[in-house]
Design a protein around this ligand. Structure first.
Ligand SMILES: Nc1ncnc2c1ncn2[C@@H]1O[C@H](COP(=O)(O)OP(=O)(O)OP(=O)(O)O)[C@@H](O)[C@H]1O
Length: 357
């Protein structure tokens, strides 16, 4: 399923090798099914103050009313941890409300509270904004801004009408890079998203991208001499940093790896791992890297996108993506530099497109 999540305890004996992970489209059951998650000290805890978080003050009955009593007709999505509804408030404002799944309630508590605590501190146009939070009785609701135009994956699949053109694809990549740069460098505390993927990128009507779903996000190292944090491996197969999988050491470079995989997906339209494809195309990173080395970069471009893009521009985009997805984290650039490089490639692209007119 597309929602299961890989979770691996540090130092556990039943370790999963990265090749196992790559060969399966199904993700290893998340920690909820492995029994209660022990709250780690560095993770935020749910404090009573949280009910007052965010700029929106809704009661449970107002939220219930706004979602038509959690009506299936207002359901816009379902993730591993909850169901998402589109809701209209009394003043007409449209919001998204994520309701925690009851059967996973106890084990979800940390996931959900981590999302709330992190979202509350964030204010950036490329990151989905938290508006409010309700924790009452056996309901946990997160209210966020509603992003109306579906996920990046839906657009790549052609489920949302017009196929994204090349300029839109670069702009989406730039937005995601800016959102992640903010999390890594400018947020009050360093935040690592841990689940950067195309179904977590939401698009606005003007096709600008916002990074969503902070359910797995973690604070980065707090001590200045600390280079990484050691933690359970979480994320989605295909996007997971192999060094993090091997060592359990999490750094911002794990998001950079996932971003590299996402960039290849944006350019090719291929999911990171697709068992329906031929063996040589199954693992998109490997397929793209081989084609790139053969000099056949033009074969990699999403066939749904009819535009002919300058091959120099394509080479630069793929080269940046492979750099981000380098096996060793020290070889990966930081997100700020990725944003700057994308910006420069976009300028080259616009020049080449003007020449071609
Ligand atoms: N703020 C929002 N505005 C509009 N649609 C949203 C919003 N948040 C989520 N959605 C929709 O709800 C779906 C489910 O979101 P959710 O974050 O719960 O799960 P997911 O990312 O698909 O899966 P998982 O959390 O298991 O990785 C999204 O794919 C998207 O279609």
């Amino acid at each position: 399923t597309s929602h299961t999540v890989l979770a691996k305890e540090p130092h556990s004996m039943d370790s999963v090798s990265s090749s196992d992970a790559i060969c399966t489209s199904e993700k290893i059951p998340a920690s909820p099914r492995r029994g209660p998650v022990s709250p780690s000290p560095s993770k935020f805890s749910l404090s009573p103050k949280l009910t007052r978080l965010g700029s929106l003050h809704l009661t449970l009955s107002q939220a219930t009313k706004a979602t038509g009593n959690f009506s299936p007709s207002l359901q816009i999505g379902e993730g591993g941890f909850g169901t998402v509804y589109r809701a209209q408030l009394e003043d007409g404002q449209v919001v998204a409300i994520k309701r925690a799944k009851k059967e996973l309630f106890e084990s979800l508590r940390t996931e959900f509270s981590s999302e709330v605590d992190l979202l509350a501190k964030i204010d950036h146009r490329s990151l989905v904004k938290l508006l409010g939070y309700i924790d009452k009785g056996n309901e946990r609701l997160i209210i966020t801004e509603y992003v109306p135009n579906g996920t990046l994956r839906e657009h790549l699949d052609g489920q949302r009408g017009k196929i994204l053109d090349f300029n839109q694809r670069i702009e989406i990549a730039i937005d995601v890079a800016h959102g992640l740069t903010y999390l890594h460098q400018y947020a009050e505390k360093q935040i690592i998203h841990r689940d950067v993927k195309s179904s977590n990128i939401l698009l606005t009507e003007s096709m600008r991208a916002k990074v969503a779903d902070f359910g797995f996000a973690r604070l980065g190292p707090v001590e200045s001499d600390q280079t990484h944090i050691s933690t359970k491996v979480k994320g989605t197969v295909g996007y997971l940093d192999p060094e993090y999988m091997r060592t359990y050491q999490l750094t911002t470079k794990s998001d950079v790896y996932s971003f590299g995989i996402l960039l290849i997906e944006i350019l090719t339209g291929h999911r990171p791992v697709d068992m329906k494809k031929t063996p040589e195309e199954r693992v998109t990173l490997r397929w793209a890297f081989n084609k790139y080395n053969e000099g056949s970069v033009v074969d990699l471009v999403d066939p749904l996108m009819e535009e002919v893009v300058d091959s120099e521009v394509l080479m630069k985009m793929f080269s940046l993506a492979f750099h981000c997805a380098a096996p060793i984290r020290a070889d990966r650039p930081d997100m700020k530099s990725v944003g700057e490089q994308l910006w420069a490639i976009r300028a080259d692209y616009l020049k080449s497109a003007r020449r071609g007119q």
